[in-house]
Write a protein that binds this ligand. Structure first.
Ligand SMILES: *Cc1c(COP(=O)(O)O)cnc(C)c1O
Length: 369
């Protein structure tokens, strides 16, 4: 079965092998060297001066940023499950919340942010997804961040890049914290969260708050290539292995092939009459809105050996999402669009003639060479 859900993503063989080595003690020079290497590579990937690794799922890193970077009042953007989650965390952590809410196919608008800030001049932080995975939406984070910094450079801009870091080059000029998670674009098993930090964010964190998620104690330890509590050693070994794998062709090549796959998939699906759900699609996944979404998904799973994701909440049964994150062999992506065309034929919606596969290959190989 091909795993084509937008997280978790398949873990490459070389990475699984690297993680199968005997357990290392985390307080040893041997592991500290591994940690140092992973940390330096992560800072290069983020394009930021500081970073921390946390033994938690991505949500733990989101919570640590709310705790350590929002002093009083946060602005959150809810255009899907994960933006909604930031709002819930802010409230659960006892901070004030201003939430801008959108349909799951609609990106945040700068005018709404301007109005929210005028009405609430005490907003001290923004929490936003770069790629909102609920509907496969790309928010204009760079534009929003740049506006907020022009109004008040002290506003902390926290970007959830869990389905964006490793997908495209992120401009971190106006970003103070950039969150990543292991099981999405970084092709690792779940359990490791990572946060890139600006020097202003490090200053703001100061002595930090909270115990397990105290970013100040983590920064202090991790600058010395160790962690405050037991490090997820296996996942950090895996992180170096995935960097090795990415570096074979280079990061730029990962970005360009991801973009080419996402665009070729979108055009291929449109060429067989399907409709893209988000008005601004992210490159991390291809999201289709269709009344037969569940029937298509089921046929893919039972007949064509492909596992794709459906929708959640009000989009349950209405959309399906195809992963584009990671080092995906192009023949697998080509098979996915072909299988969807075959499923449409099974459902009596169109006669199969290979249009999806032809469109995919024409666009992908035109773009990539
Ligand atoms: C998956 C995901 C998360 C949550 O990560 P967990 O590892 O499940 O806690 C947060 N934000 C986005 C955009 C995601 O795709």
């Amino acid at each position: 079965m091909l795993l084509f859900t937008p997280g978790p993503t398949p873990v490459p063989e070389s990475v699984r092998q690297a993680m199968a080595t005997p357990t290392l003690h985390h307080r040893t020079p041997e592991f500290e060297a591994i940690f140092k290497e992973a940390r330096e590579r992560l800072m290069r990937l983020f394009g930021m001066d500081e970073c921390v690794m946390l033994a938690s799922s991505g949500t733990g890193a989101m919570q640590s940023c709310v705790l350590n970077l929002c002093k009083k009042k946060a602005l959150t953007i809810n255009a899907g499950k994960f933006g909604e989650r930031f709002g819930k965390i802010v409230t659960a952590m006892g901070k004030e919340l201003v939430e801008l809410k959108y349909e799951w196919n609609t990106p945040v608008s700068l005018d709404d942010v301007k109005r929210a800030l005028e009405d609430n001049p005490d907003i001290d932080s923004l929490f936003i997804q770069i790629s909102e995975s609920a509907g496969g939406l790309r928010h204009p984070v760079e534009e929003i961040a740049s506006y907020l910094k022009s109004v008040n450079p002290n506003i902390m801009v926290v970007a959830d890049g869990i389905t964006a870091v490793g997908v495209e080059k992120i401009d971190t000029t106006d970003i103070d914290a950039l969150v990543a998670g292991s099981q999405k674009a970084l092709m690792l098993p779940p359990g490791l969260a990572m946060v890139g930090l600006s020097s202003l964010a490090v200053e703001r964190i100061g002595d930090g708050v909270d115990y397990y998620f105290n970013l100040a104690s983590e920064i202090k330890k991790q600058r010395n290539n160790t962690t405050a509590y037991t490090a997820p050693t296996t996942l950090i070994i895996g992180l170096n292995a995935i960097f090795d794998e990415i570096e074979k062709e280079g990061l730029e090549s990962l970005y360009s092939s991801t973009k080419a796959r996402a665009e070729a998939t979108q055009k291929a699906l449109e060429s067989i009459g399907l409709n893209i759900y988000p008005t601004k699609p992210a490159l991390s996944m291809s999201t289709i809105i269709d009344e037969d979404a569940e029937a298509i998904r089921k046929l893919l799973k039972t007949k064509y050996g492909v596992n794709i994701a459906g929708g959640q909440d009000h989009l349950k049964g209405k959309i399906f999402r195809i992963n584009q994150m990671g080092l995906i062999p192009v023949n697998e992506s080509a098979w996915v669009v072909n299988a969807i065309e075959m499923a449409l034929s099974d459902l009596g919606r169109r006669e199969f003639d290979g249009t999806a596969s032809r469109t995919f290959n024409t666009i992908y190989f035109n773009e990539i060479d």
